[in-house]
Design a protein. Structure first.
Length: 237
């Protein structure tokens, strides 16, 4: 099997990692940021074309307010400090999710980072922020309905490709591999449409412990899979 073109990651376990060490939860998030930098750098070296990171879901606003505030300031600060490094590595940064509700300072940092890296041709780093897949699908349905109502799109012309073009991930291949850390084995409202034929890799390691070596383990496991996409291979005839 070749390398996966697109890897999606649910980065889970920052809080539990901190709790194990009697540290405040925000220390787990700060350590998690270091792993993001390490994993993205390694994926870029390997020639992975796209990586989507589940960073902050629409449900995460229900966390304690002080934790949410720390997360917002951390994300804004990291973007301001690390965008130049991403740009010099030829990484293109994109954000998917709902813009409404994101603090203005964070939106400013997001927009500046995307603008600075928009012409890069290396790894596409797709950050799912204020993201929920059900919301994404509903948004696509509403847009298509509006097109049909305006006679800009015929119902009989709606197919999988047309629908995909109304999703946040338009222009990207669907993920070949989904990785989730922390031992949880669910997808938590993440890329429900796009993960239809993805290979899943679950690890008990918390995200702050998911190193480049762990990424290689996940990729090697992926390469051992028999991806049939509903077909029957010669070995199973």
């Amino acid at each position: 099997m070749p390398l996966p073109e697109h890897i999606a990651i649910i980065m889970d376990g920052n809080g539990r990692w901190a709790k194990q060490r009697n540290l405040p939860r925000f220390q787990g998030h700060l350590e998690g940021v270091k792993r993001v930098e390490e994993i993205v750098e390694e994926a870029n070296k390997l020639g992975i074309k796209a990586m989507t990171l589940y960073t902050f879901s629409t449900e995460n606003w229900n966390r304690p307010q002080d934790e949410v505030s720390i997360l917002m300031s951390t994300i804004s600060g990291v973007l301001d400090k690390k965008t130049d490094k991403l740009s010099s590595a030829n990484i293109k940064l994109q954000f998917i999710g709902k813009r409404e509700g994101i603090p203005q300072e964070v939106r400013r940092s997001i927009d500046a980072a995307m603008e600075k890296t928009k012409d890069n041709t290396g790894l596409v780093l797709n950050v799912a922020f204020n993201y929920g897949s059900r919301l994404e699908i509903l948004s696509a349905v509403k847009q298509i309905a509006q097109k049909v109502a305006a006679n800009e799109l015929a119902v009989e012309d709606i197919n999988e490709q047309v629908f995909s073009d109304f999703l946040y991930t338009k222009g990207l291949p669907d993920p070949d591999l989904l990785i989730r850390t922390s031992g949880e084995r669910r997808i938590s409202n993440f890329l429900l449409w796009q993960l239809s034929y993805s290979e899943f890799y679950f690890t008990d390691r918390y995200w702050p412990d998911f190193t480049a070596a762990e990424l290689h383990k996940a990729i090697e496991d992926f390469k051992s899979r028999d991806r049939r996409f509903g077909k029957v291979t010669a070995s199973r005839n």
